[in-house]
Design a protein. Sequence first.
Length: 180
Amino acid sequence: MEKKEEKRKGGRRKDSGMRVKPEFDQKIIDIRRVTRVVAGGRRFSFSVSLLAGDRKGSVGLGLGKAGDTSLAINKALRNAKKKMVKLNLTKNMSIPFELKAKFGSAEVMLIPNKGKGLVAGTVMRDIAKLSGMKDVTCKVISSTKNKLNNSKAVMKALAPISSKYSKPVSSNSDEKVVNK
């Protein structure tokens, strides 16, 4: 005898209950609509800044540009994974010493503080959370509110405690790393 196929009820997929958790958590910092003027008019594209981290000491900052926001987000995620750094944090997931950096007009400072938890605002809080940092105070010293430059300054400040850091960063006119 032939077996009849079981008819499923509802419009749900078979595997809807088995969604795989992504390897990295991500947070979109900024989505900008960028315009380019050409002979026929204006061409629009999207620029996305994104943070990715595993909350165990790895964090990356990525940028992606595309004609569609979802494509730009995927490009930014790939870029963030490519630029990901593993941080050498202390056993209680804090930073070992005070870090300071400047990128463009953005100047940031990260200070270890035992027992006070995470004291940070703006993108600094997102970077600290995604990297898994605890007991850290973060401060934006400059007056800029540019999220991308602030996050690049934080990533630059974290360079001395990252695994990819091998030699001192050259002191260009705009970009300086100061360790104490």
